[in-house]
Design a protein around this ligand. Sequence first.
Ligand code: DHB
Ligand code: FE
Length: 284
Amino acid sequence: MARITASVYTSHVPAIGAALDLGKTQEPYWQPVFQGYDFSKQWEKENKPDVIFLVYNDHATAFSLDIIPTFAIGTGAEFQPADEGWGPRPVPKVIGHPELASHIAQSVIQDDFDLTIVNRMDVDHGLTVPLSLMFGQPEAWPCPVIPFAVNVVQYPVPSGRRCFNLGKAIRKAVESYDEPLNVQIWGTGGMSHQLQGPRAGLINREWDNAFLDKLIDDPEAAASIPHIDYVREAGSEGIELVMWLIARGAMSDVNGGPKPTVKHRFYHVPASNTAVGHLILENN
Ligand code: DHB
Ligand code: FE
């Protein structure tokens, strides 16, 4: 059977992608950001996944106000990089895993979560920046990726609790897939940032680090954080953090198993308008 071996959490700041693509990683501003991912790139080499289930949000690239799916699973064979602001990044196309994605759609929808099935969509910095941070600049991404887009842009957005429970259903789906695949689940976006209005530029180190503590040691408490707390404490775009709860809900300990091991934890301010947070949790 397929197994979820680890979860990865990371911010997806578009300027990080631009810094990488423009060869600025060693500049004093960016060097400390990329250094936080040196361990992660090595860890990915030593723990190469067969498939990544990548939870991210679209930023008006594939979707618009015409159609706003709350949860959309990419069941296509491939996905092209695109972006709303900086233009498409010069990164490899993303190869999907239609068989596993279809199996997950079947299982999760039968478990009462309404997913939108998407056979064709472009993927933006929400998905490509995390891939770049974890794998650098390869000719091709090292494994297939199932894109899973969550609406955290246009209200109403899903609650942290619903995301957490959805993670549990995704775990059940993966673990009932009849092939011995090593699957990583990634939760991306966050940490505190606000891009608009009088509070633009908001960063809240204390709240971010308390969120990381909770996510690691008390995921139930993290899942109970109400929507308004994210917005008040972590800014309007800090709500992206609910996506981390999908990955956390798919881990063993919240499904009757042992606690995960914290392989890596990193926090840095600033990167563009955003606090960068990153965690790797390994199932035992
Ligand atoms: C920024 C951060 C984001 O998460 C995003 O989607 C767009 C911009 C920023 O820091 O500027
Ligand atoms: Fe974003």
